[in-house]
Design a protein around this ligand. Sequence first.
Ligand code: SF4
Length: 392
Amino acid sequence: MKKIELLLPAGNLEKLKFALLYGADSVYIGGEKYSLRAQASNFTLSDIKEAVSFAHERGKKVYVTVNVIPREKEIKGVVEFLIQLEKLNIDGIIVSSPAILKLAKDNTNLHISISTQSSIINKDSVNLLHSLGYDRVVLGRELSISEIKYIKENTKAEIEVFIHGGMCSGFSGRCTMSNYMSNRDANRGGCAHSCRWIYDIYRSDEKINDYTFNIGSKDLNGVNFIKDLYDIGIDSLKVEGRMKSLHYVATIAYTYRMLLDDIESGNMRDISFYQNLLESSENRDHYSGFLSGKTDNKLTLYSKTSPEANQSFLGIVLKYDKEKSIATVEVRNHFIEGEVMEVMSPNKELFNVKALKLYKDKERVKDARHALEILEIEVDRDLKINDILRRK
Ligand code: SF4
């Protein structure tokens, strides 16, 4: 059976490296231009070059989103950008506009995926798009598992399915709420998440809601359906979130990698194990999206006023001196001498380590106080560069 691809988002080079190290088979990124995540897309051409060489050295892939809906005056620039991307040896582009399909076909041999923004939710659309030259279709998020199965059984196109991350309350991003409320264009990467703001409802001058009201959706968490997607033979499983933190990206990659490897080896654990791991990366409410085939207000609407801050990310190991058992750590949240921490390390099961002694600039200290400060920590188990330390 063809190996299923785990595709993670990356907002910058550091996150890209952690996504790949922690188990993603591929990543998608945005260039500085022509991508929808304007604020998240800070990959210059030289960053893309570095990203591609880091990924290819490890047998992994980099896709670049070029999913802007271009105006006439942008066409020339898009062509130049596509040619530059091909020269950088990227593995494919993700597009939304048929114009970019045509420009890419006329000027490059790039692998082309059509973005979820195009709301493809039936086999006829998939097959038409495939016949036009799209290699892969990223399905709309508004599909149940049985609908996805039917589409996959009736097409030769590669199929990509979203399994984790934010959902839009508009139909796959077809929304002008952010433009209206904040003059920030969601279809140009500037979404202000206006659907998640807190609103009051008035009848004439009378406020009629006595509860917290927003129209934002809970996030998608498809962990219960990964085995089904694997059995159906989906080509790629995609995670949303180029704006998310390094800890989030690493934890999601690590968990889904473990789940896919466990499925492949026939040793899948209780689903709560993977669910708990995923939840340790973020506190936002989640649900199975449309995968279960059931959606209603209770399942879908986000009800918290704001997620509590997640303090489980304690630090990253920058260096490790095996002889002295001393790890040099970049701190992310407060911890104390003597604390037992959980270690997330690529290709390993989780394990615990005790922070026996802490040093800052060679002086003994009792706790880690400031985010991004560098501490040396004497530990009771060997660590490795890029290990992530978490609160137990
Ligand atoms: S405001 Fe909400 S529904 Fe609209 S594009 Fe942004 S996230 Fe999607």
